[in-house]
Design a protein around this ligand. Structure first.
Ligand code: ATP
Length: 894
């Protein structure tokens, strides 16, 4: 920054002009992109904690932070010292190789997570080269002009230049949860405390209402929050429930393995007078090979692969635990507008209060088309009613339309198009009428009102949910422009008319007006929005997304309950629910919800298909109730007020396009395309990764068990060592290293979306899985011991050890093949579909063969002939695959 620092000190004491001057920026055009780039280089990225990145070497060295590995290295050094050079070098080489393998996997998973984090990083709206652009918040620099609006997270500290009705939640900073009203037009004394600096915006706070324009005075660590460095703790990596479960399991197994290894050592030493160094090495190697300390890391690897796949399918996961939760989601509570529907709104009809219907032609946001009364085109000039309806459409509206591209709320954009078709020019109308007051829309209020001043004086113009506008109206206007009082009977009739229109899937919005008076400008919101004259109702279509019915069908087939949670009218919601194929069920309105106790709600929760006319507060309650019923709940949201529901849910899903930064920050997953179908795809990916964790865990554990059992058997039988240290470690690479990593990539089983969701309390390893582990490791142990004895008796003990060695490796490889389908028979056709596995399997099979031929001497076994190798290969595969296929056919599921 030419002569400027990276921080503007005490900006709250300066008028905005002075602040921008000192920061060297023109507030009308912002910085140029070159200047921004320069400042980014000199002041650094706008981040609080430049998340330390572990290099490969560091990850590699971490692999040695394991007591058993260190013991093994020490014992190896000792055996080197006593002259067992070959063994020592071999063990060292294998250990190094294992560490490389482990580090590569871990490093890859870390890079994936890092890339994902970048994708999900918060965005900021800045003025650059005279244009408003969206950039990564990390690229905001001092002097940038930022624009903030409702739902935004303030990207940096900034001095306000403009503020319109701006309220900011600064609780992250001050702990005070009442939003602060911000103003640009004040200059404050130097000693004003942060919470009173109303002309400033602070990084990491949230805009809850209004809009503002400000010049950035400090970024990154120089911001107020950066200085108190509060957020550091937030980047902590948390463990998923699976990881915790596997952690516990790994510890238990480790204890068992250590006891057995120690026993083998003692028994071997006392009763068999075997070589001390050999025994020690073998026992420690057994601990290294069979203690599954890497078990929890498997979830990280599998889940980061899943997260990557999800990102490619437009679902950005923010926490790994969400992948896991998605796999067991049993309720998806989804918004309607934009998620189930395309969010392209078109006004199709205008209904007057006295029952006349105008049809509107044309599609989408294109301006072609018109308004017709029985084939005859009409315009705003033709009737005072249509003119007023057009005025409400244009003036009670914050959207804009440029060459068919909309800015702002799609429904408001549809109203602009409607006004066009009535022959009005919105730009002109907005020039003629000056807006004096706006009572903003919110999901709770379900209405919006403006007061404008025009040729006919002050006008109060309202639009909103029909039942609310009708309730607030005391009169209505007939199609020929007469104003009449609205009786209760007529209100009831109108409501059933609304019901009727909504029942065909239209969104219905009521328009109303009244002549305003001076005091309306000061009166309470409630007073302004009363004594209205109803002008009529527009019927708007927003068709379902074409891919949604199929996604709904798949979700239902997967045993997932889909409930629509919408702010829209119950009849509209119900009609859309039918169009997308939701099963018929109860439609519960927000009003009914209010009257229901949690118990009542729980009783009917299973039958509800639609919650309509609900507020974000209701949404949080719905999530809580389903959770209390034992469901794993995914919920979608976009607004500031959706944050509590998103946080409460097991999987909070924020909309990537429509969603506010607040919602995204509260969510576990961001839908880049706002599409319901993407949630279903993510569920599928979650289920697939759950299966892959299970496969890998079952595989590794049964292999480890078989190794332990064999060593223990050899000890108590007094055979001495069937497996020495090098062999045990080798088995670990050949079988656990390559094919196991391949299992983590296995594609989704054909029936993943045809089975019910996993229950929340179901452990990864329950009784069926333990039985499986015992049986499989028994088969593998028997094969090993059997071949050992066979060859030891017929040829020599060294041949026996080679045969047992090979049999165990081939049995494990066969098991990795069988586990590619957990509970369904495998077929030859599927073999090439998982290249990682296939490579792992092939490499493993070749390495195994090499270890009893060219490498036999290294392992101190006799070498075997091709025919023996083939025989052992076939026998091991036949035994394991035979057992597995029988188990699957008998329906003994894991
Ligand atoms: P969903 O919850 O599925 O997104 P929704 O858009 O209808 O549906 P909300 O945004 O909470 O939900 O809106 C609730 C109701 O408020 C709408 O059905 C409509 O009647 C009314 N409404 C929506 N937007 C506006 C607006 N800009 N001005 C006035 N009224 C509005």
């Amino acid at each position: 920054m030419a002569g400027l620092g990276c921080v503007l000190e005490k900006p709250h004491t300066l008028p905005p002009e002075e602040a921008t001057k000192r920061l060297g920026v023109n507030p009308a055009t912002g910085l140029s992109s070159e200047e921004a780039k320069r400042r980014l280089e000199s002041c650094g990225p706008n981040v609080l904690e430049a998340g330390r990145r572990r290099g490969f070497l560091e990850v590699f060295l971490e692999q040695f932070k394991n007591l058993f590995v260190l013991m093994l290295l020490a014992a190896t050094a000792f055996s080197f010292y006593v002259g067992e050079t070959v063994d020592a070098v071999l063990i060292l080489a294998i250990v190094l190789f294992m560490a490389v393998l482990g580090a590569v996997q871990e490093y890859r998973a870390e890079r994936i997570l890092e890339a994902l984090k970048k994708l999900a990083s918060p965005k900021a709206r800045v003025l650059r080269d005279g244009k408003i652009v969206l950039v990564d918040a990390s690229e905001v620099v001092p002097g940038d002009i930022i624009i903030v609006m409702e739902g935004d997270r303030v990207p940096a500290d900034a001095r306000l230049i403009e503020a319109k009705d701006l309220y900011v939640d600064e609780s992250t900073l001050t702990g005070e949860s009442i939003p602060v009203h911000k103003r640009a037009d004040v200059v404050l004394p130097e000693d004003t405390i942060v919470s009173d600096q109303v002309n400033m915006l602070f990084s990491s706070t949230y805009v809850v209402r209004g809009t503002g324009k400000a010049v950035v005075t400090a970024t990154g660590r120089n911001t107020y929050i950066g200085r108190i460095a509060r957020m550091v703790a937030e980047t902590r990596a948390e463990k998923t429930p699976f990881q915790v479960e596997l952690d516990r399991l790994a510890k238990r197994i480790a204890a068992i393995v250590v006891v057995i290894a120690a026993l083998s050592f003692i028994i071997g030493y006392v009763f068999q007078e075997a070589g001390l160094v050999d025994l020690m090495l073998t026992s420690i190697a057994l601990a290294v090979a069979a203690v599954p300390e890497g078990l929890p890391a498997i979830t990280v690897i599998v889940f980061s692969i899943a997260a990557w796949n999800m990102a490619r399918r437009n679902a950005l996961v923010r926490r790994l635990a969400a992948v896991e939760a998605l796999g067991s989601a049993s309720v998806v509570a989804t918004d309607k507008t934009g998620t189930l529907t395309v969010n392209e709104m078109t006004v199709r009809q205008f209904h007057t209060a006295d029952g006349k219907v105008y049809t509107v032609t044309g599609e989408g946001y294109r301006l072609e088309g018109g308004v017709f009364e029985n084939e005859k085109q009409v315009t705003a000039e033709d009737s005072p009613l249509l003119r007023l309806a057009g005025l409400v459409s244009v003036l009670n509206n914050n959207a804009s339309l440029e060459d068919g591209k909309i800015h702002g709320d799609p429904m408001e954009a549809a109203l602009l198009v409607f006004a066009h078709k009535l022959g009005m020019d919105p730009a002109n109308v907005r020039k003629t009428y000056r807006r004096l007051r706006e009572i903003a829309f919110s999901s709770e209020r379900k209405r919006m009102t403006v007061i404008v001043e025009g040729p006919e004086g002050l006008l109060v113009l309202s639009k909103g949910a029909p039942e609310i506008i009708i309730d607030r109206s005391t009169g209505y206007m007939t199609s020929n422009g007469e104003e009449r009082p609205l009786t209760e009977a007529e209100k009831a009739k109108l409501l059933s008319q609304v019901e009727n229109i909504a029942g065909r899937g239209f969104r219905v919005l009521a328009l109303a007006y009244r002549r305003g008076e001076k005091q309306d400008l000061e009166a309470s919101d409630d007073e302004v929005e009363s004594r209205l004259t109803l002008l009529g109702m527009v019927a708007i279509i927003d068709p379902p997304r074409p891919e949604v019915p199929e996604a709904v069908r798949r979700a239902l087939e997967a045993g997932i309950k889909v409930v629509m949670v919408t702010g829209d009218h119950p009849s509209t919601a119900k009609a859309i629910a039918e169009m997308i194929g939701l099963p018929r069920g109860r439609v519960v309105t927000g009003q009914e919800l209010e009257k229901m106790s949690d118990e009542e709600l729980k009783r009917i929760a299973g039958e509800v298909a639609v919650f309509a006319r609900v507020t974000p507060e209701h949404k949080a309650r719905i999530v809580r109730v389903y959770k209390e019923l034992g469901h794993i709940v995914a919920v979608t949201g976009d607004g500031v007020n959706d944050a509590p529901a998103l946080k409460l849910a097991d999987i909070g899903v924020a909309m990537g396009q429509r969603g506010t930064e607040v919602a995204k920050e509260a969510a576990d997953m961001i839908l880049l395309d706002d599409n319901f179908a993407t949630i279903v795809a993510a569920v599928e990916e979650g289920r697939r990764s759950f299966d892959n964790v299970k496969r890998t865990v079952l595989y590794l554990l049964s292999a480890n068990l078989a190794e332990v059992a064999t060593v223990f058997y050899a000890t108590i039988k007094g055979i001495g060592t069937i497996f020495n240290a090098a062999m045990l470690l080798w088995i670990n690479i050949v079988t656990d290293g390559f094919p196991a990593a391949g299992l983590a990539f296995e594609e989704a089983e054909p029936d993943v979306m045809k089975r019910p969701p996993r229950r929340r309390d179901q452990p990864i390893l329950g009784k069926p899985q333990f039985t499986y582990l015992l049986l499989l490791s028994a088969i593998e142990t028997l094969l090993t011991i059997g071949f050992y004895h066979l060859y030891a008796a017929e040829m020599s003990p060294d041949h026996g050890r080679a045969a047992g060695f090979l049999a165990l490796m081939y049995a494990e490889l066969a098991q990795s093949m069988a586990l590619r389908r957990l509970n369904k028979p495998i077929s030859l056709r599927m073999i090439p579909s998982n290249r990682q596995w296939l490579t792992g399997y092939a490499v493993g099979a070749i390495l195994a063969a090499l270890s009893v031929t060219v490498l036999a001497e290294l392992f101190r076994v006799s070498s075997l002939g091709i025919a023996d190798i083939l025989a052992i290969f076939l026998a091991s595969h036949a035994a394991v695959l035979g057992f597995e296929e029988a188990r699957k056919r008998l329906g003994l599921h894991v």
